[in-house]
Design a protein around this ligand. Structure first.
Ligand code: HEC
Ligand code: HEC
Length: 289
């Protein structure tokens, strides 16, 4: 293969490299490119001087500025921690109402509450807080124990049928299992309850008996018209929202054996600032007054 062969089309010598008959021309580098290249070399000397650059036997050259990414990161982390501590302290001292009225505290409480919800509550209430059978949806404005800030805070603090000594407690009797009502009475009252929210009832259902059974056994907790009662943690039975399900079989099962869902207490397990944050967060999801 001949070196310094001259390409007869362009008149430029070739490098002698050839692939499948294609030869490489030995063109000089463009001027502008060369100058940029020299400029970067000059620039690098300036850089060596100002910033940490060359390794030495015991460490590295520190540069005139004394800049260190490690130190910059540590400072940023320390500043963040100080800001969080301050915000946390602000939450500890503030009432729930104050937090809601203060945009800065509210922002911090919401972020804190959201994170704590994902860690502690999502396994039962769902990551979107929409609940599932037996685990209430916290997004809707339908509350067993009340949807005010204080009511929600209390529920989270002491739990429901939990081991906390001040736990919210309300035990619906197991009307069938404990022999308080006959099978027919349970069927009748189940139909009656379903009729409250306009659900269809089986042909020949005895709504009159159902109504009487309801007034005598259920109204004390669920209210005269099935509107529910927050002091008893008893759900509204006249709306379209069901904790355990609205079909005939499920309602009969609920009345026969009762449910008595358990919500753990968080007092002592989560610090007060986190519990407050959770109350604010959950209230913002679907709370009311
Ligand atoms: C082990 C499952 C479980 C976990 C974990 C749990 N909950 Fe609950 N929660 C329940 C159940 C069950 C109920 C409904 C109890 C009932 O039937 O009365 C409930 C009810 C509630 C209520 C009352 C709803 C209403 O309608 O009044 C709130 C508020 C609540 N939970 C918030 C939380 C928060 C906040 C957390 C996380 C710190 C949490 N829950 C963690 C199971 C759980
Ligand atoms: C001592 C109060 C109390 C009495 C009396 C009571 N309940 Fe309940 N009931 C509750 C509570 C509290 C719940 C909440 C769910 C739980 O136990 O986890 C509930 C839940 C229910 C549910 C489930 C609703 C849903 O959304 O899935 C139905 C249905 C129901 N009750 C019907 C009745 C009927 C019918 C009677 C009368 C025969 C009755 N209850 C009597 C307290 C009571």
């Amino acid at each position: 293969m001949a070196h310094h062969e001259v390409d007869h089309v362009s008149g430029v010598t070739t490098t002698g490299h050839e692939w499948d008959g294609i030869k490489e021309l030995n063109n000089p580098l463009p001027r502008w490119w060369l100058y940029v290249f020299y400029a970067t070399i000059v620039w690098s000397f300036g850089y060596f001087l100002v910033y940490p650059s060359w390794p030495t036997l015991t460490g590295y050259t520190k540069g005139l500025l004394g800049y260190s990414q490690r130190e910059a990161a540590l400072t940023a982390v320390a500043e963040g921690a100080a800001a969080r501590l301050q915000a946390g302290q602000g939450l500890a001292d503030a009432t729930l109402e104050t937090i809601q009225g203060d945009p800065k505290l509210l922002e911090f409480a919401m972020a804190n509450g959201k994170a704590a919800f994902g860690d502690n509550c999502a396994p039962c209430h769902g990551s979107g807080a929409t609940g599932s059978k037996g685990y209430p949806n916290l997004q809707d404005d339908d509350w067993l124990w009340g949807g005010s800030l204080d009511a929600i805070h209390q529920t989270i603090t002491v739990g429901i049928r939990s081991t906390h000594e001040e736990s919210r407690i309300s035990d619906m009797p197991a009307f069938g299992r404990d022999g308080l009502l006959e099978r027919d009475q349970i069927k009748a009252v189940a139909s009656y309850v379903r009729s409250l929210s306009g659900l269809p009832v089986p042909e020949g259902a005895d709504l009159a008996t159902g109504g009487t059974v309801y007034a005598e056994n259920c109204a004390s907790c669920h209210g005269e018209k099935g509107e529910g009662m927050a002091e008893m943690g008893a759900p509204n039975l006249a709306d379209a929202i069901w904790l355990y399900g609205s079909d005939e079989k499920t309602v009969v099962e609920t009345i026969t054996n009762a449910r008595r869902g358990v919500m753990p207490a968080w007092d002592g397990r989560l610090d007060p600032v986190t519990v407050k944050s959770l109350a604010v967060y959950v209230h913002a999801l679907g709370g009311g007054s």
